[in-house]
Ligand binder design. Structure first.
Ligand code: GUN
Ligand code: ZN
Length: 457
């Protein structure tokens, strides 16, 4: 798709490193017809953009007062079909939660009508929260999985879409008939997803064994082979809940650890996104690092279904690559901004037991939400920051300086800005108190994919 050349002017904030923000108060970024960043100027006043290339006629998009452009969020772990269950937990923990709430709902995606309704909502909703890339679990239904990929493509969200595989410890009504059938159906989805839009490369498949308890050793091995054959990304769950870890020991007594179950199957590679990783042993951490497998930290889910507190700061110290996941509907919210906040809170709880070095900073949690997530899904060369050559996957964050009582109604969102805050302080307030009311507009690959009704590009 050819776009209009566009110049974005205003404040640009991104993560320079894991611990530092890069704040450009009044810059200018040019995005070309292919949606890529063509130039970055750190000072917009009195500076000329490259001439002779048609930038004089480019469209201009300016940021509102106190607002800033920020890289789009990356949700490294989300179950699209579970969206209707967000907020439903009862008194369950993981294994009974799956049986009570999750499997019956996912099974209903044999209906394309159900799938169309829910998948349209989840893609629109995550975009409205600034999620420009999502790594989705679908269900085991081929038509509905392919439909999710179509919906991501037509709504313009960058996405990985995975058909879920499981051949045991799941109800009879929702289980793969055989390993061969699961591989055949997964292959069909991979081929379909790859055929949707090969030019823009927006949508990609992801090999998806649900988790070790619901996959036989043969299933895991066959999916390890499929991963090698196709070169896809892969995703699964690991060490989320103590009872689940116990179950894996019972089901795979010959394996040294949960991570070793995946390693033996050929699944523990640099392409693998492991969700949760709450109860990893030191040996598993070393193995995951050696294989360069990635971690999706899902703090809201880990708290809501009482799974535990992942020691993320310590994992970062151990050299693991980490991003954030909403894990809807283990997590109650489709917002990655909320995960950044939850990650901060959980790390403070960890710090109460393990010392202050376990605490994450706001800067680190935003890094996980953007550059960390990009590394987790293997797209660090294309997304996660505002460098020349990267895709314009971005969000306009609106903060308000209006604080007069009669004008409160016109405020953009919940973040109260009084005008005297530094840019760092504004960002901290956004992380702790902001929500989708502050997400004014969202672009993926240069295309405007979500905006507030009164946003005038
Ligand atoms: N482990 C296996 N399946 C699931 C799931 O759907 N959600 C979560 N949070 N954990 C899982
Ligand atoms: Zn999950």
């Amino acid at each position: 798709m050819s776009l209009e050349k566009t110049i974005y002017i205003g404040a640009f904030i991104q993560c320079a490193t894991l611990t530092e923000l890069d704040i450009c108060e009044n810059g200018m970024i040019g995005v070309d017809e292919t949606g890529k960043i063509a130039f970055v100027l750190r000072e917009s006043r009195g500076r000329k953009f490259p001439d002779g290339e048609g930038w004089e006629e480019a469209k201009i998009v300016r940021i509102l007062d106190y607002g800033f452009f920020f890289p789009g969020f990356i949700d490294t772990h989300i179950h699209a079909p579970q969206y209707p269950n967000a907020g439903l937990f009862g008194k369950t923990t993981l294994l009974d939660w799956l049986n009570t709430y999750t499997f019956p709902l996912e099974c209903s995606f044999s209906s394309l009508e159900v799938a169309r309704r829910i998948y349209n909502r989840v893609v629109a909703r995550t975009l409205s929260h600034g999620t420009t890339t999502a790594c989705y679990y679908a269900t085991n239904h081929v038509p509905a999985t392919n439909l999710l990929a179509d919906i991501c493509q037509s709504r313009g969200q960058r996405a990985f879409v995975g058909r879920v595989c499981m051949d045991r410890l799941s109800p009879d009504y929702y289980r793969d008939e055989s390993v061969e059938a699961a591989v055949r159906d997964s292959r069909e989805c991979i081929e379909y997803v790859r055929s949707i839009d090969p030019e823009s490369d927006l949508i990609a498949p992801v090999v998806t064994p649900r988790f070790a308890p619901s996959c036989s050793g043969e299933m895991l091995g066959a999916l390890g082979d499929l991963l090698k054959e196709t070169g896809c990304l892969a995703q699964t769950h690991i060490s989320e809940n103590p009872r689940e870890c116990e179950l894996v020991r019972e089901l795979f007594p010959e394996r040294k650890s949960y991570a070793d179950v995946y390693d033996t199957a050929g699944l523990l590679t640099e392409k693998m996104v492991l969700a949760h990783a709450v109860h990893l042993t030191d040996e598993e951490t070393v193995l995951i690092k050696a294989r360069d497998a990635k971690i999706s930290h899902c703090p809201a889910s880990n708290t809501a279904i009482t799974s535990g507190r992942a020691k993320i700061r310590l994992m970062l110290d151990a050299g693991l690559t980490v991003g954030l996941g909403t894990d809807v509907s283990g997590g109650h919210t489709p917002s990655i901004l909320a995960q950044a906040r939850e990650a901060l809170f959980v790390s403070r709880h960890v710090a109460m037991d393990h010392g202050h070095e376990a605490k994450l900073s706001v800067e680190e949690s935003l890094y996980l939400a953007t550059r960390g997530g990009a590394k987790v899904v293997g797209l660090e060369d294309r997304i996660g920051g505002f460098e020349v050559g990267k895709q314009w996957d971005a969000q306009m964050v609106g903060l308000t300086g209006v604080n007069e009582a009669e004008e409160l109604d016109q405020q953009i969102g919940p973040v109260e800005i009084f005008g005297s805050e530094s840019w760092e302080e504004r960002v901290h307030k956004w992380v702790y108190t902001g929500d989708d009311r502050n997400t004014i507009a969202v672009w993926v690959g240069g295309r405007l994919v979500h905006s507030k009704p009164d946003f005038k590009p």
